[in-house]
Design a binder for this molecule. Sequence first.
Ligand code: NAI
Length: 363
Amino acid sequence: MVKVCVLGASGGIGQPLSLLLKLNPYVSDLALYDISDITAGVAKDLSHINTNSDSEGYNKDEDFKNLLEGSELVIVTAGIPRKPGMTRDDLFKINAKIIQNLTVKYAKFAPVHCKLLIISNPVNSLIPVVIETLKINGRLNPSQVFGITMLDIIRSQTFLNDLLNDKKLRSGSITSKQFDKTLNLNNINVIGGHSAPTMVPILTNKNLIHQQDEIDALYKKIKFGGDEIVKAKNGKGSATLSMAYAGYFFANEILKKINCKGVNLNDCTPVNLPSFVYLPNLPNGKLLQALLNDYSGIHDLNLEYFSVPVVINPHTGNIKSLDISILQNRNALSESELKDIKAACVNLAKDIKTGEDFVKKNY
Ligand code: NAI
């Protein structure tokens, strides 16, 4: 039973994420923080649900000690979301300051084993803000910091399932009642970063789809899935419910590991989750950096961040290693995937520098 904090808990993602966490059997304390004055009300609202956890709302600077003390997991959804026509980078100036401040509080008050999950955008530049801030505060443990790119995988798998189910339905091999909508983390990969120029859907290596027009349509849908939601919500919000689910899915996998300690062995099996992580000091991190140099064609690029599936330590919930098999098997990638990885590396280098420069200038 663990304490989980949500920072940004009164927002579009924060509220449904907090609801899902309130239903989670591993959570004993749900500590909610947001600058919004409805936060105590959100916590009160959740407290009327008859699950075995307490929920407490906080919204003042002096609350951070109580909020973060004893936490196992801190999930950050604080910051502004995209409006139509905005890129994730446009958010940076506002969100970087927010994330920097929250990281300082985490470094000061959260226990040393506490994991930090960042949902706020732009992930590609905010994770470097977090890492640089942790370095300055003497609290860096890269195996505990996760940039959440899970939604890219969840929506990719959903779109892939739709395509495969539709094909089977048209061929008459299944009825609509036999649709398979399960999430199979081994079916599909999206690597690189969390923005259209850095996101690389890997669609061809599993031989699940062959027709080029289908690959192209799926590729576009995955890359611009986030924009589709912003447009459908008439510019009044971005992905919130699906993001809350994706963030919850990720958090739950870590909660299962923290809690397993011999109780439920099924919950202890290692699982690969996609995450945008800081590579130096992580097992296989240096190897991945060398591979990315090769893919980019830039010998001294030395990218320090990338999103790949990470293997979670079945006891601590920290990152145990990186699953870099996709990048090690170059022959299984298509020409356009290779081109995309190269472009992603170059664009990521700029995004990462944006985050690092911000901390240099603002400390
Ligand atoms: P929202 O505007 O509905 O909620 C954000 C919340 O953060 C608000 O309640 C606001 O009061 C709070 N907040 C602002 N400054 C704060 C501070 N200093 N401390 C604590 N709370 C603070 O936005 P929404 O839709 O919930 O999105 C949150 C973030 O998640 C955005 O940056 C968005 O771009 C990002 N996002 C990330 C995705 C991903 O795949 N990683 C997918 C979708 C959104």
